[in-house]
Design a protein around this ligand. Sequence first.
Ligand SMILES: Cc1cc2nc3c(=O)[nH]c(=O)nc-3n(C[C@H](O)[C@H](O)[C@H](O)COP(=O)(O)O)c2cc1C
Length: 493
Amino acid sequence: MSESAKKTPLSPYIDTRPQHEDLRDLLVDFERMGELVKIDGADSHLELSALAETVTARYPGAEPALLFDNIPGYEKGFRVLSGASNSYKRLAHVFGFPEPRGRMDIVRAYKARMKHKFEMTPPRVVTTGPVLENVWRDDEVDLTKFPAPFVHELDGGRYIGTEDLVVMRHPDTGWVNMGTYRIAVHSKNTVGIWISPGKHGRLIRDKYFSRGEPCPVVISCGQDPILFLCANAEMAEGVSEYDYAGGQRGRPYDVINSELYGLPFPASSEIVLEGEMYPGETQLEGPFGEFMGYYASEASHQPVVHIKRVYFRNNPIITMAIPSRPPSNFTVARAAVKSSMIWDECEKAGLSGIKGVWCHEAGAGRLFNVISIEQKYPGHAKQAGMLAANCQSGAYAGRWVVVVDHDIDPSNIHDVIWAMSTRCDPPNDIDYIRRHWSTPLDPMLFEPPWENNRAVVDACRPWGRLAQFPPVAEASPELQEQVMNKWPHLFQR
Ligand SMILES: Cc1cc2nc3c(=O)[nH]c(=O)nc-3n(C[C@H](O)[C@H](O)[C@H](O)COP(=O)(O)O)c2cc1C
C-alpha cells in the first residue's frame, strides 16, 4: 500500500542528532543493524563496481552497504565502501532521524530540522586526528597503492574520488568551498579533476588561473556520509559546506589544516590528497559513465592536480559512489536530501502550503522532481513549479518539475502518473523554461553553451474548478482503517 493510501500523519519533529564520530562508527552500527555486507576478493577493475551496481538495482532503497577487502593486487585492509548511506534505514541513522516508515519520513524529518533546529556550525580546527596515522610527502606519494575502482567498461581510467570532498579556498574572500567532483588517477602523484561549468569549485579555480596563479586543493576520498551529502548539495555561493554539515550534525566537525596550503580537511577522513593545479596544464580525462546514465561527454583536457601530500588512516577506506543508469548507489540518499532542500528553499522563498517534495530516483534524483501543495489561491501551483525548478537546489540540470495536489504522495510514482493523467491538460498546463543551467553530462546537449530546456507540469486540479472536480473513487481513510483492523493478516507482508 502506498504511503498516501495509509494516510500517515506528518512525523512529529524529534530533535535527535547523529551520534557517530566518523565513518568507522557507522560501519559498526550498520553491521549491528544488518545493513553491511563484507566482501573479500572482488577485483577493483570492474568487478566490485559491477557488483555494487547490480545489488543497488535489485534492492533500490534497501540495498546493504558493501565493504570490499582483500582486493587483488592491493594491501589487505585497503578497502572500498559502496552505498554508505544509500538505504532509507541507513540514511535516517546517519542523520540521527527515527527509523523511517518510508522515504517521505526522512524528507519530513530533515525539513523539520531545517525549520526548527538548524544553525550553521563552523568546524573546529585541531592539530591531530586519525587521518594523520600515515603521511606521505613528496616522493613518497604513490596513489597506485590505493584500490581506486575502474568502474565501467567504457571508462577512461581509475577513479579514486567519486564519493569525495574537494575543498578549495576563494583567493579573495577566504570562503572555503567543498564540492563532490570526480577524481581520476593519472599517475603515482597526479590526478585529473572534472568540474562542470558554473560549479563553485570551477569558479574558484578559474579565479586563481585568471591571475596566472596555481590553485591549491585538498581531496578527501573517504569520510562521514553527512559531509559527502552536504558537499554534493547545491549550496548558495559563499556558504561553507563544512558549516552546513556541522549544522546537520548539531556539533562542529574537527578539521586539520593541510601542511602546504592550510586547507581544512576532516580529522577523521580515511584518505586525503593535497596538491595544486597549474594554469594552462591539462591532461586527457575521461570518458566516465555519468549520473544521467550515459557517456554523454567524451574524454577532454582537464586540469591536473599535482599531489604533494597524502594523509590516510590505517586500513583506509575509499568511499565509492558510482554514477550509472539510475538508480545508482548514491541516488536514494541524494534524492532525500535534495527533496528536503527544495522544500526548505521554496518555503523560505515564501511559498505556503507545501506538503512534500520528491526528486525521483529514476530521474537520477535531479531530472524528475515532484512538489505537492495544498492550493490556496489562483496561480499557486504555477508559483510552486517555477520555484521548485529555479531555487538553488533545483536549478542545476533538471528536466521535469511536476506540481501535484496534497492528496498525491509526491514520492509515489503511481500517484504522480495518475495526477498527470487525470488533472493535467497538456497544452495549457505545461510551461517551458528555456536555456537553463545544465552540463555537458546531459545526453540531450551536444555542444556549448550547456543550457537545457525543461518543463513545469501543473498536474493539480484546476484552481477555478475545484468545487466541480469529481470526487475520487476510493475507500475513505476510516473505511480503509476498519477493514485493515478486521483482516490484519492481509497487511502484514
Ligand atoms: C557522486 C557524485 C559525483 C559528482 N561528480 C561531479 C563531478 O565530477 N563534477 C561536477 O561538477 N559535479 C559533480 N557532482 C555534483 C556536485 O557535487 C554538486 O553539484 C555540488 O553542489 C557542487 O558543489 P558546489 O556547489 O560547491 O560547486 C557530483 C555529485 C555526486 C553526488
